[in-house]
Ligand binder design. Structure first.
Ligand SMILES: Nc1ncnc2c1ncn2[C@@H]1O[C@H](COP(=O)(O)OS(=O)(=O)O)[C@@H](OP(=O)(O)O)[C@H]1O
Length: 295
């Protein structure tokens, strides 16, 4: 095997107790320990499939004052590089690409709190965390695992649900992820946003993010950002729908990156028994917190 094939469908690798995508696991601890943050870095942190790309495009437009032309300067994964992305021997790692991105850098990461780079904590950078209900995350992640060749094969849906509940999927436990970030939100510079709230009232949530980033826009600008970042617009936009990424990594003929973009698609996938099992999981994971999700 050579090239990207070497990293295809490999088992997850345990990094400090967190199951990680094999290609990304190489040198991950180096990022945690030695990635150099800058004071004006902005981080978009999420558990996978929780609205990262959507928030990334919103933040990019906010930083460019809603200038659509400027937002067309590159694909979303170039404008907002993923810190831990790595296919050794194939593409420069995200952490390296970030060294040449002009400030303020917007950094995408799915890293859980224990693996988050020390230097980003030390600099107390602005972090926007997006969380999504675990049933829709599981459905989205299952489809993503099928199409993303760097991920392990998800198996059947039945099998996948068990893996998800055990936290035996890329980036580990959903519950630990959303909880750890939630618990830190008042100590650190974190704006905690819910995907379902973005769907309910995108304009309200865009205003919230803009305010966090120190911007106050007219209605016209906010509406423009809302239109540009609607699911339909982003699905049709080759710069946001990931079609610019090699199909040897993401095979969108299996499942498109911009798949459905709704709340409640889980109803089309879970049996009643699976849903009840997941409800118990959700109760366990959020017990003792004031975290509440909409389904
Ligand atoms: N603009 C907009 N509006 C609503 N929903 C959107 C939007 N953009 C992306 N999406 C949906 O977000 C899901 C992908 O999540 P991520 O971007 O976090 O994926 S990744 O982890 O970075 O690969 C994935 O969800 P599913 O459709 O449920 O699979 C995308 O469709």
């Amino acid at each position: 095997m050579s090239g990207k094939l070497e990293w295809r469908r490999r088992d997850l690798v345990n990094v400090r107790g967190v199951p990680m995508i094999c290609a990304f696991a190489q040198n991950l601890e180096e990022i945690t320990e030695h990635f150099q943050a800058k004071d004006d870095d902005i981080v978009i942190a999420t558990y996978p499939k929780s609205g990262t790309t959507w928030m990334s495009e919103i933040v990019d437009l906010i930083l460019n004052d809603g200038d659509v032309e400027k937002s067309r300067r590159g694909a979303i994964f170039q404008k907002v590089p993923m810190l831990e992305f790595r296919v050794p021997g194939e593409v420069p790692p995200g952490s390296e690409i970030l060294e040449s991105v002009p400030s303020p850098r917007v950094i995408k990461t799915h890293l859980p709190v224990p693996l988050f780079p020390k230097s980003l904590w030390d600099k107390n950078v602005k972090i926007i965390y997006v969380a999504r209900n675990p049933k829709d995350v599981a459905v989205s992640f299952y489809h993503f695992d099928m199409m993303n060749q760097l991920h392990p094969d998800p198996g059947t849906w039945e099998e996948y649900i068990e893996k998800f509940i055990e936290g035996n999927v890329g980036f580990g436990s959903w519950g630990a992820h959303v909880r750890d970030w939630w618990n830190l939100r008042q100590q650190k510079n974190i704006l905690y946003i819910f995907y379902e709230d973005m769907l309910e009232d995108p304009i309200r949530e865009i205003r919230k993010v803009a305010k966090f980033l120190g911007k106050d826009f007219s209605e016209e600008v906010v509406n423009r950002i809302g239109q540009q970042t609607s699911f339909k617009a982003m699905k049709e936009n080759p710069l946001t729908n990931y079609t610019a990424l090699s199909s040897t990594i993401m095979d969108q003929s299996i499942s498109p990156f911009m798949r459905k973009g709704i709340c409640g698609d889980w109803r089309n996938h879970f049996t009643v028994a699976q849903s009840e099992r997941f409800d118990e999981y959700y109760q366990r994971e959020t017990a003792g917190t004031d975290l509440t999700f909409h389904f």
